[in-house]
Design a protein around this ligand. Structure first.
Ligand code: G
Ligand code: G
Ligand code: MN
Ligand code: NA
Length: 256
């Protein structure tokens, strides 16, 4: 049995869990929303991160897994509304799905079946490291979903092979600056190069009138550096690690 089969069986047996990491308004220090991050509870004591198993899952299986995560996150969000917390949700999706037949109907059905969820509270993060296969089709799907109020961000910005081209060609609302560019701030190895890349990303985002979130903020000093450069939103262990839903609810009620 392959790793992919084991994960898909795990999904059917309730072993896929969601963790949630807050994103922060760097001016007020308050949370704006949460990024949804998948985990696989392979055994009661072994929890695996997606980096270990996602690369082995392809095609329809990856789509099924991503739709499972989206559906579970929307259900969680509606449950949180009952506790008076309403974080915006950011869900990771591979842009590969966007060229697949039937994807549009499938994702729309998943989102609209949660009638108590306002689609304006959903952001989709597209992994920039995954190549886009059918650009015209991808643009068409994004455009139709944006008409429902869903926002799109390019994730891992700067680490793929076509960041600037995607920025130019896709109708997106924001970018997430990858943690490889923030982790050595303020004065670690090659920090001048990192600063140049962050400044260039911010400058492009300003020209395109889109949002920027800096990832991987692990210290107050790193936060203060990106704020000085003009970045208004962030995420990272300095503020909060990814947490299970019950912990996130307590964290959010305390910090909102
Ligand atoms: O949580 P962690 O740092 O281990 O996540 C590692 C990577 O896995 C991140 O780049 C993230 O974008 C990706 N990832 C996490 N959850 C999902 C998901 O539900 N679907 C997809 N396609 N990628 C995910
Ligand atoms: O690629 P993506 O942005 O989706 O990945 C998010 C991943 O980054 C999550 O797996 C999360 O655990 C991890 N992460 C979030 N904040 C930090 C941080 O401050 N430092 C490090 N090293 N990893 C982080
Ligand atoms: Mn992400
Ligand atoms: Na990222």
């Amino acid at each position: 049995r392959t790793l992919s089969d084991a994960v898909m069986d795990g999904m059917r047996n309730g072993q896929i869990e969601l963790h949630y990491q807050p994103t922060i308004d760097l001016c007020s220090g308050r949370p704006i929303g949460v990024e949804v991050l998948m985990r696989w509870r392979q055994t009661p004591t072994v929890m695996r991160n997606p980096i270990d198993f996602l690369p082995s899952i392809v095609g329809d299986d990856l789509l099924a897994l991503d739709m499972y995560v989206l559906d579970a996150a929307l259900r969680q969000s509606v449950a949180w509304q009952g506790l008076n917390i309403e974080p915006a949700l950011s869900v990771n999706l591979s842009p590969r799905h966007f060229a697949m037949a039937g994807f549009m109907d499938r994702i729309k059905h998943t989102i609209l079946s949660h009638t108590d969820f306002d689609p304006r509270r959903l952001t989709i993060e597209l992994l920039e490291s995954h190549a886009i296969q059918d650009l015209a089709q991808t643009v068409a799907v994004i455009t139709e979903l944006r008409a429902l109020g869903i926002r799109f961000y390019l994730d891992d910005f700067g680490t793929g092979h076509s960041a600037a081209a995607y920025l130019k060609q896709l109708p997106i609302d924001g970018i997430k600056i990858d943690q490889v560019f923030t982790r050595n701030l303020p004065d670690g190895q090659n920090h001048l190069h990192d600063r140049a890349i962050i400044a260039a990303s911010l400058s492009m985002a300003t020209a395109f009138e889109i949002d920027v979130v800096a990832e991987g903020l692990e210290s107050a000093a790193a936060v203060s550096e990106v704020v000085k450069m003009g970045c208004l939103k962030g995420q990272g262990f300095y503020f909060a690690k990814p947490m299970p839903a019950d912990e996130l609810a307590i964290w959010y009620q305390y910090h909102q």
